[in-house]
Write a protein that binds this ligand. Structure first.
Ligand SMILES: Cc1cc2nc3c(=O)[nH]c(=O)nc-3n(C[C@H](O)[C@H](O)[C@H](O)COP(=O)(O)OP(=O)(O)OC[C@H]3O[C@@H](n4cnc5c(N)ncnc54)[C@H](O)[C@@H]3O)c2cc1C
Length: 350
């Protein structure tokens, strides 16, 4: 294996910032992933796994070690006992897989339409949108365990999925390279309509009993209106989507936040375990940052207060400084700490 050297990572990330990878290789098959792991290990270098770069902020100095870009392809579907088991290699583009499942009338992924990135990253943060999460359909994740070079498969429970989290993300970060993911889908299943926004969009389209394709089209339209699909002509295109997770607070803390909010309309979603999820976008706006607010070459998306956007000349350091300002103001105003959603390479997590 002969990796490339000093490859600019900004070109591989939707945020478009960040310095070079000291070493860089593209893996088109599983043997190449293993070879990359062995190469890095024999030189005692860290291994970084790159998918579509849509949830990543790379430091301006770049990253030491080897970056392996996942380019494994292949999709296989098996229908048995009234379900479909759809297995996709980690390098398959996610939205194309969703489109394919919707076209074939397989329910389970339709609300996750329009999300950038590759299949292999979907279990990492339990990708979710509009009331659906991949944890509802993932039945197996095949991985390379970088500690011993062996391939293993995890079942759904072993993945320890939670809100924007999993074993792979916070449990044992960096240990596993996802090679393929299997989703269990429902042939001719009814679409999920769990969000008021989706319902409204369906009504606007005059759809009374929606198909999977109607829900996909509605979700993509809503996402587009919020600059939440990748569109090269969109002024908000350089982002990681939502920059912060919706904060989850203990139920006992809600009264104090409500008191500070002084607005009965503050969005809140009680969770089955007694905790309460709040809207990060609402908190950011009420802390004084309106969509489109800028701070030098970075700012908030003009269409969504939760997306931090990079403009010409932006560096990773600018993004981090801005994220810290948002966090500080929200904490000062509401006593709630916002946690960032993207992964940070070579830099301190804000
Ligand atoms: C406009 C926009 C909208 C978005 N909307 C949503 C949304 O609605 N919901 C949502 O959940 N996310 C959303 N995201 C975030 C992002 O698209 C997802 O998290 C996506 O799954 C990241 O995929 P990726 O291939 O680009 O991962 P990358 O950004 O390349 O990597 C992200 C992390 O996963 C790791 N990783 C990637 N592939 C592998 C692999 N094969 N094995 C091991 N580790 C791996 C990387 O090391 C890194 O830590 C959005 C992003 C953008 C830009």
């Amino acid at each position: 294996m002969t990796p490339l050297e000093y490859v600019r990572l900004a070109a591989h990330c939707t945020m478009g910032v960040g310095g070079p990878a000291r070493f860089f290789v593209e893996a088109r098959d599983e043997a190449a992933v293993l070879a990359a792991r062995d190469w890095a290990r024999s030189r005692q270098l860290p291994l970084h796994v790159l998918g579509g770069g849509s949830n990543l902020v790379v430091a301006d100095d770049g990253v030491a070690g080897l970056v392996v870009k996942i380019a494994l392809r292949g999709v296989d579907a098996r229908e048995a006992s009234g379900v479909v088991e759809l297995t996709a290699a980690a390098g398959e583009p996610w939205d194309a897989l969703v489109a394919q499942s919707v076209e074939r009338s397989w329910a389970g992924l339709e609300c996750l339409s329009g999300i950038p990135g590759l299949v292999g990253a979907t279990p990492m943060q339990n990708v979710g949108a509009y009331g659906q999460e991949v944890s509802e359909t993932v039945i197996a994740v095949r991985v390379l365990d970088t500690t011993n070079g062996r391939t293993v498969a995890f079942g759904n429970r072993e993945c320890r999925f939670a809100y924007r989290d999993s074993l792979f993300r916070s449990g044992e970060p960096g240990r596993y390279v996802v090679l393929s993911v299997t989703y269990r889908l429902q042939p001719k299943g009814a679409p999920s309509v769990r969000y008021a926004d989706v319902e409204k969009e369906l009504v606007r389209r005059g759809v009374a009993s929606p198909s999977l394709a109607d829900v996909r089209a509605s979700v993509v339209a809503i996402r587009r209106s919020k600059s939440m699909v990748l569109d090269p002509s969109d002024e908000n295109r350089r982002s990681c989507g939502s920059f912060f997770m919706n904060p989850i607070i203990p139920g006992a803390d809600l009264a104090a936040v409500e008191q500070r909010a002084v607005d009965p309309a503050m969005p809140r979603w009680p969770l089955p375990d007694g905790r309460v999820k709040l809207s990060a976008a609402w908190l950011i706006e009420r802390a004084g940052f309106t969509p489109g607010a800028t701070d030098g070459p970075v700012g908030l998306s003009t269409r969504h207060a939760l997306a931090v956007v990079a403009h010409d000349g932006a560096r990773a350091a600018d993004i981090i400084a801005f994220a810290r300002r948002l966090q500080a103001r929200v904490e000062e105003r509401f006593g709630v700490r916002l946690s960032p959603e993207p992964v940070f390479w070579g830099t301190v997590v804000p």
